[in-house]
Write a protein that binds this ligand. Sequence first.
Ligand code: IVH
Length: 669
Amino acid sequence: MASEKDPLAEIQELTERLNYLNFQYYQNSISDVSDFEFDKMLERLQALEEQYPELRQPNSPTLRVGGTITKNFKTVQHKYPMLSLGNTYSEEDLREFDNRIRKAIGGEVEYVCEQKFDGVAISLTYENGCFVQGATRGDGTRGDDITANVRTIRDVPLQVHGKDFPATFEVRGEVFLPLAVFEQLNQEREEEGEQLLANPRNAASGTLKQQDSSIVASRRLGCFSYGFYSTPNPFETHAQSLEAIKQWGFKVSDTWRLCGNIDEVLAYIHEWEKRRFELPIATDGVVVKVNSFALQDELGFTAKSPRWAIAYKYPAESATTKLQGIQYQVGRTGAVTPVALLQPVLLAGTVVKRASVHNANEIKRLDLRLGDTVLVEKGGEIIPKITSVNFEKRPADSEPILYPTHCPACGTELVRAEGEANYYCPNEKGCAPQIQAKLEHFISRKAMNIEGLGPETIEQLYRLGLVKDVADLYDLTFEQLLTLERMGEKSANNILAGLEKSKEAPYERVLFGLGIRYVGSTVARKLAEQFTDIEALQGALYEELVAVNEIGTRIAQSIRDYFSNPEHLELIQRLKAAGLKLKSEVTAPVVESDKLGGKTFVISGVFQTMSREELQRLIVLHGGKVVSSISGKLNFLVAGDKMGPAKLEKANKLGIAILSEDEFLQMIQ
Ligand code: IVH
């Protein structure tokens, strides 16, 4: 009889092996085993941990996917206070800093220059090489214990590699949301009619405080480590410690440099002032640190910051101007958002006339009044924002800005749902900007993609009373179109052809085009997969909706609200009568096995033994799904010959399992 392995021994073995393989992969770009084998081991570990939850190791690689819910974060005391840095914007101050240090030390000093990453500071505690605690900075003395969330960040090793590390030590670093992820998140929010995230730093900070660590895992946060703390400290210099922690498996940005004197420091600063935009994260300056730990100890601290380090900040691109007015914009979901109208001013090479103020709370927070002299800044944000008011320059007779109680466009009383920052105009059927924005959304590229129609034509069509909702578009006649300004026969025909062609758009795009709040293109696709025609979706219960992966309570409620409005049901009937697709084309395939149950695949390249179509059919026959683009949620990339290097790189970056043709065939055998 084959002897059963001791589950603890097997769990420990798998944990250690997988952590080592991860280290090799992420740190050294070496794949010691195939992705398939790796996944098998990970699955085995997962199964064992499920069976014996008490045996799960604190450094288990399965913790990367999250799943822990923390209701209230525990407060923890920092062993080494998390201080801030002295700041300067001038080279003169830097030379003074250097003079002061050389005077105190009585000789030349070496510095390490690093990027000042604009993220969220974090402290990571290790015991016997195992990650045991992640904490926020808090007030510098006490922070929040966010260990479960930090475990999902792949740049933070759960088990330190090698042997030459102290029994207990701490590493400090900066957690960030990569710019590309930030842009993607905001794009999704825009589609869903949600408020945009102001900047990557806020987004990273908000993500770290999520109660559900699987959400944190899905955001793909990064972490650059830049500090080492241990008593006694086994290293002589900061540079040595950076090299060592990198070997141990921490992600250290390769941008740091050892500088022999202040001129070299300044050269580094000048070089990176331009190059900083090459990085995956926003930086706002350079941190200059004395390299020798002994000298650092000698120099010591002031109450707030170390004397041995300073941050040189690149001048924030800002300008002073006057607030001339506030315009209230009504979006397609009826959300009313304020936009500041400014006296035109030059900022970062462009003339700025408008700035974002986000919402009513922000007006209050800034204590903004008309006629105020304000500071506008252009940071990582999309459009410039007002960051402060110069109260000394406030005119004596200034009046506070009163947020409108009624819609600036149609006069309907605004509503504000509990817990929402935005006010909404509920007059969906009669509020011009809302209707026009809905029409524009419907014809947009990602929705019905109606060629020949643009915002100006939509505006005219609405103004002339020819189109009041999206279904009216399909009743337009050639003669009606000719009544528009600057509309020739050719353009009118183009529009009619564009409308006709849009009837071929798949169900998921029509669904997205309806503009249901919180239903962006990804959610629309999900819905179309699960509820294969509009009647099924219409009849879906709240419970059935939330049961769908990635559909949360808020989306489910919004869908229920939408379909409980008889006017919406009538609109859908009219769209159906016009010939739009309101059901999925692909009928559910006969499933041969469930070996790939629920897994997603991207197919790329050419294959030896079968065509791409055959491969696609095999995936579906075995319960898998084929998707077109690589995202963090993807399970497998099936790679054939001649696949594009960009795809491969993206998949590698996101840690997606890559299968060869053979490995794929093995999976379904
Ligand atoms: S060292 C005692 N190095 O800047 C000094 N900080 O103003 C410890 N930061 O809270 C910080 N990049 O969040 C250090 N390369 C870097 C940094 C860095 C960004 C942040 C960090 C810290 C703040 C200090």
